[in-house]
Design a protein around this ligand. Structure first.
Ligand code: ADQ
Length: 481
């Protein structure tokens, strides 16, 4: 970053503000969230006097309450929040509806799970417009505006309507659908044209970037695309839109240092004792059909059938973190997981050994890292995933370098980590079972060799490098040839 960049104020827009709200004895409390994005952006936001625009994550707040919370947050964090309030109906139609019942499944290639309801689309347009009206109230001419994710595909267009001419940067955290699937959206043309009102578009992987460019080529023939190596510019009749792939990452040191702490070492020891020193195959996911939990459980069943020599010697620990429980698809998935775990355990449990340990709750950071550190095998099987930060966190926390990563080839992370992880097709349950067996039997030297390289990769391409690459490309109009 050069000196001038460092002076610009950073305005970040995301659906949710990076805060956790809670109510204690009738009084609202606010805490900074714990995601990688907030950890990495917070120092830059402080340095630049940044503002984070988003929904606080609760409905029914009064203006007074929200102003007080924002002031308290500013004191503690050194940067500003700009809350945009949503009604219960807007949350239901724009967030749960269009964002999570149209764009989310479709961009994960699961178009048969979409509900293309016109009322969802209307609410999505309305909320994007309202965000733009709020942003206009806070934005200044020199601000660097960075919009995150699939909730705001129309935001640049709305901001342009409000007369905002400055550079707008957008990063998509989830995959982008190929033309055959994207074309199923009834409002495909409107969405794609609106996205081309941003100046810089960042995707997680080459695959997503090319899917996007193919959609533009198919649906908007008047837009010409010029390629400069792996960087591209879409020329519309009034704008040059720069398009690149920037795989998101994690704060490597945060996970590595925490894993080396006394507290985590103690918690990891307890996990080993509780599991009777058996080998541990660990999985942790938000409750989501994209994470491939059902296929994974089928693969575990296959593994137990095919490799009886591992009975009583291995435990599969599956943590599912509650998510989007208002949407029926998600609550149905929870019931399906509960039933399948019960079915498999009832078929294979022996006195003193239950093959699948399953919990449905959020873990503390310390517990999560202790599981990463204790895992002999990390089993990650999404049917599609933008990146999958869990894979990178596991690698960073694997300080003894004796864990093996078994990873879906459909996770964005596979593009970077695929050479040293054992890649699997999550739909091929026999293949997944074989990969788990191979991981459990892998000689120590091979495990260490693979993990060393993985750790170097994640260390080098951490979240700070990611932020830097996006901010600098947007400043330099840099074309990589
Ligand atoms: P997610 O779909 O949420 O993110 P992922 O990338 O795996 O998926 O991130 C999950 C995050 O939740 C991790 O940082 C992890 O530490 C945290 N977490 C997991 N289990 C937890 C638990 N039990 N308790 C508390 N926290 C837990 C979306 C996209 C991904 C993309 C990211 C970032 O779907 O593809 O990688 O954004 O761009």
């Amino acid at each position: 970053m050069n000196q001038q960049d460092a002076l610009e104020r950073l305005v970040v827009v995301s659906n949710r503000l990076p805060v956790v709200l809670s109510r204690k004895e009738g009084r609202l409390a606010i805490k900074k969230g714990t995601g990688g994005l907030i950890t990495a952006l917070a120092p830059i936001m402080r340095e630049r006097g940044g503002v984070w625009v988003g929904w606080p994550g609760a409905t029914g707040l009064t203006d007074e309450e929200i102003n007080e919370l924002a002031a308290r947050f500013r004191e503690e964090s050194g940067f500003n929040l700009f809350p945009v309030l949503l009604s219960r109906e807007e949350v239901s139609l724009y967030y749960e509806g269009f964002s999570n019942e149209v764009i989310w499944p479709l961009f994960h290639d699961l178009h048969f799970k979409c509900h293309f309801k016109p009322v969802y689309w209307e609410a999505y347009q309305r909320v994007n417009r309202r965000f733009s009206e709020q942003i206009v109230k806070t934005i200044q001419p020199q601000d660097f505006l960075w919009v995150h994710d699939y909730h705001f595909l129309l935001l640049a267009q709305e901001l342009r309507k409000q007369g905002i001419n400055q550079k707008l940067v957008f990063f998509l955290h989830i995959p982008f659908a190929p033309p055959d699937i994207f074309m199923k959206i009834p409002w495909r043309q409107e969405i794609l044209s609106a996205v081309l009102e941003y100046d810089y578009l960042g995707f997680q992987t080459e695959r997503d970037k090319l899917n996007f460019l193919n959609c533009v080529e198919t649906l908007l023939p008047n837009v010409s695309i010029k390629s400069y190596g792996d960087y591209h510019i879409c020329h519309t009749d009034h704008r040059d839109v720069h398009v690149g792939a920037y795989p998101i990452s994690i704060d490597f040191h945060e996970f590595s240092d925490e894993s080396a702490s006394k507290e985590v070492a103690k918690a990891a020891l307890q996990i080993h004792m509780l599991e009777d020193d058996r080998k541990l195959v660990f999985s942790v996911d938000r409750l989501d059909y994209t994470k491939g939990i059902i296929y994974r459980l089928e693969a575990i069943r296959e593994f137990l059938k095919k490799y009886p020599e591992h009975h009583e010697k291995v435990i599969f620990h599956q943590v599912v973190v509650p998510s989007r429980s208002q949407i029926s698809e998600y609550s149905d998935l929870k019931s399906e997981i509960d039933a399948l775990v019960g079915e498999i355990n009832s078929a294979y449990t022996m006195p003193g050994w239950v093959p699948i340990h399953y919990s449905y709750r959020s873990l503390s950071r310390e517990e999560l890292v202790a599981f990463y550190r204790s895992a002999d095998v990390m089993l990650i099987t999404p049917v599609k995933d933008g990146m999958n930060l869990v894979a990178k966190e596991f690698v960073a926390a694997c300080i003894e370098e004796n864990g093996v990563l078994v990873l879906s080839e459909f996770a964005g992370a596979a593009a970077q980590l695929g050479s040293q992880a054992l890649l699997i097709n999550p739909y091929h349950t026999v293949g997944v079972a074989e990969a788990v067996h191979r991981a459990l039997m892998m000689p120590k030297e091979e495990k260490q060799q693979r993990m060393k390289i993985l750790r170097e990769l994640v260390h080098k391409e951490d979240i700070f490098a990611w932020i830097d690459s996006i901010i600098s490309v947007a400043h330099q109009n840099k074309i990589v040839t």
